[in-house]
Write a protein that binds this ligand. Structure first.
Ligand code: PLP
Length: 225
């Protein structure tokens, strides 16, 4: 068994335990394996272990990988910063874009999503700890952007994503994730049908699951050597 396969099994077990501890069904949590910095070899190991959902941060790095594994039933999530001049290729090559944080980018993705493909699944990225240098929209602006995205025919608004400030403190991690869950609930109370709360990475996915995460994005814990 490859190291990656072992680590994937380990992460899936930990996801199940975290779900169980919160009286949640494991199947309500999707694992996105984040492959930035990984080559086709590592990705193949993960596929061999049954992982079919991957996340990438950089278009240039992602495109050759997407091409290599075309026809293998893989779902690719774009989770990195989006420059306007990359929006077209992102809209064409990914099934999901989790890092939408402006109306301008949403409009470009909508404009360039090929009509013959299913709608592009999108999440709004929120700057949940109000960090100066971080991507993501401020919580107070989320509703407006969500309404705008609803009007765009080639996009399907699925939910919210955030990358919290680094913390190794479990209660602090939970506190941040609960804020995101609250915004998620508020949107659904206002009539949005969001089903995706993308929160939790290698260092904090257990806290995220306890606060209602439906999608964890894990890189290092799967691919470390
Ligand atoms: C790199 C990255 C991850 C994975 O982080 P790990 O700490 O390696 O698990 C998740 N989400 C985003 C947006 C990332 O850029």
């Amino acid at each position: 068994m490859s190291t990656i396969q072992k680590q994937l099994i380990d992460i899936n077990n930990k996801i199940s335990i975290a779900a169980k501890n919160s009286n949640r069904d494991t199947t309500s949590i999707t694992l996105v394996a984040v492959t930035k910095g990984q080559t086709n070899i590592e990705i193949q190991h993960a596929i061999d272990a049954g992982q079919l959902i991957f996340g990438e941060n950089y278009l240039k790095e992602a495109l050759p990988k997407i091409e290599t594994f075309a026809g293998k039933n893989i779902t690719w999530h774009y989770i990195g910063p989006i420059q306007s001049n990359k929006a077209k290729a992102i809209a064409k090559n990914f099934s999901w874009v989790q890092s939408v944080d402006s109306e301008r980018i949403a409009i470009l993705l909508n404009q360039h999503r090929p009509k013959e493909l299913p709608k592009l699944n999108v999440c709004i990225e929120i700057n949940i700890n109000d960090e100066k240098s971080k991507a993501g929209i401020e919580p107070k602006d989320v509703i407006n952007l969500a309404h705008k995205i609803q009007t765009l025919q080639n996009l399907k608004l699925r939910g919210l994503m955030a990358i919290p400030a680094h913390s190794t403190n479990y209660p602090e991690q939970k506190n941040t994730f609960s804020k995101l869950h609250k915004i998620f609930n508020e949107l659904n109370e206002q009539g949005f049908y969001l089903d995706t709360l993308s929160m939790g990475m290698s260092g904090d996915f257990e806290a995220a699951i306890s606060e209602g995460s439906t999608m964890v994005r894990i890189g290092r814990a799967i691919f470390k050597r």
